[in-house]
Design a protein around this ligand. Structure first.
Ligand SMILES: Cc1ncc(COP(=O)(O)O)c(C=O)c1O
Length: 440
């Protein structure tokens, strides 16, 4: 999961066998570089980590990074795909992901999206709430189909992570709470409604989680619910534990490795099965960040450098909060290097800011780097998850391209947006084309 910082004889950063300075010349900046070998290794580690479970499935959480190419890449690696909107579903289908390998999530799916999911026969629809349960049952009956579903449960476990990316606590917008018998009542309802086949239960307690103990608590709650259902004669054969494993963004971060995470989960599942006298259900995990986060590096060009006497030295890059909103959203921290000065000592302290018209457009508050000059290349690590996926066109800045690198070769996954792309959907109403009209 760690970044392997390689440099060549020229003192340039190397990723996936490619000289990053040459990548910047070939593809321009800002540029998102995807180290496919790193991502593929992470997928393999997940498989190995869960291999002692009787039955398991690894589902890539597309919300972390979803393009047609990435969806295809993940499918080639043998992973299933989690989507949360009609748009993500469309990307998955365009990529050729088999419908059966798609998990359809979301806390406010539209009837149209549910209808499409039914028509396509997606693998599982993860039902978030009672309104959706009834809506789906109606749609399924009208279409004479049966939907294979999981129920999203709010297990009441507080993962120790930023409150904006906590999702398992009892006060959350996601899922059906275990409190006041709501979850078990929903299980009973799901079994009684026509057009639905309840396969199991789902939960996701948050993201960028370091403390594995939160998973043990969650597993206990979920297995207890499965036992409660079994006592009523309802067999839940699948347990989806969501994603959430953290990654090392900065030196102080100490996430568990994928291997330790798998071993911990397996142990906790086996003891919960013994405690509740249950057979282990099929286990699913839905990693996003821990599959692709460290595989992404954003390469920016340094522009203005401003020494504020008595305060800080600001270095500005040709990107910022529109391509990486995580810093402004939840104070995320990043590590970076100067890709063309890997052989120089970091002797100066900088604040790295973006080009956008917001004071909160700061990428790194304080970082030691070699002396910066305009034109240098700043490589910010661990930007593979929730960066491109959350990017916007704020200030009408086109989104950067993504290139995948593998053993010295680089290929486009997403092209750079153009100014024409920015205005593709813009229109001028005819009335506004005339001079001196009312309201104009
Ligand atoms: C339902 C669900 N599954 C999986 C994930 C992936 O989480 P992560 O990227 O932390 O692994 C998320 C992220 O928010 C999610 O909401």
């Amino acid at each position: 999961m760690e970044n392997r910082e390689m440099q060549n004889n020229a003192g340039h950063l190397v990723i996936g066998g490619c000289d990053v300075v040459e990548l910047a010349m070939q593809w321009g900046t800002p540029l998102s570089v995807f180290d496919e070998e790193l991502a593929a290794n992470n997928a393999r580690m997940y498989r190995e980590a869960l291999s002692s479970l009787p039955e398991y499935e690894i589902i890539f959480a597309g919300k972390a990074l979803l393009t047609v190419g990435i969806a295809r890449f993940m499918t080639n690696l043998g992973l299933s795909l989690d989507v949360v909107s009609g748009g993500e579903l469309y990307i998955a289908l365009t990529a050729g992901v088999p419908a059966q390998r798609i998990f359809f999530h979301g806390n406010n799916k539209t009837a149209a999206d549910l209808g499409t999911a039914l028509d396509l026969g997606v693998g599982r629809i993860v039902v978030d709430n009672l309104y959706e349960l009834e809506l789906l049952s109606d749609l399924a009956q009208k279409k004479k189909r049966t939907a294979d579903i999981l129920l999203r449960i709010m297990p009441g476990v507080e993962a120790h992570t930023h409150s904006y990316i906590q999702t398992g606590q009892l006060d959350s917008k996601f899922g059906i709470s275990v409190a006041h018998n709501q979850a078990i009542d929903a299980v009973k309802l799901a079994c009684s409604l026509p057009g639905l086949r309840l396969r199991g239960v789902h939960c996701h307690i948050g993201s960028q989680i370091f403390e594995l103990a939160s998973y043990a608590k969650t597993i206990d709650v979920m297995m207890s619910l499965i036992a409660e259902a079994e006592a009523l004669g309802i067999e839940l054969t699948e347990l989806n534990l969501g994603g959430g494993l953290g990654i090392k963004y900065i030196d102080g971060d100490q996430p568990a490795s994928i291997r330790d995470f798998g071993a911990y989960l397996t142990g906790a599942l086996k003891s919960a099965a013994a405690k509740y006298n249950l057979r282990l259900p099929k286990i699913m995990v839905e990693p996003g960040r821990s599959l692709v986060g460290a595989a992404g590096t954003t390469v920016y060009r340094i522009g203005s450098i401003k020494e504020n006497k008595g305060s800080r030295t600001y270095a500005a890059v040709n990107g910022g909060m529109a391509d990486n909103p995580r810093v402004a959203l939840y104070q995320a921290k990043y590590r970076a290097v100067v890709a063309n000065k890997m052989d120089q000592a970091p002797e100066h302290t900088y604040t790295i800011v973006g080009q956008f018209c917001e004071s909160s457009d700061v990428l790194i508050n304080s970082i030691e780097l070699p002396q910066l000059e305009p034109g240098d290349l700043l490589a910010v690590f661990c930007t593979g998850a929730y960066n491109y996926a959350m990017a916007s066109n704020f200030n009408a800045v086109p989104r950067m391209p993504i290139v995948t690198v593998y053993r010295g070769q680089s290929d486009l996954v997403v092209e750079r947006e153009t100014y024409q792309d920015l205005i593709r959907l813009h229109r001028i109403p005819d009335r506004w084309l005339k001079d001196g009209v009312e309201g104009g």
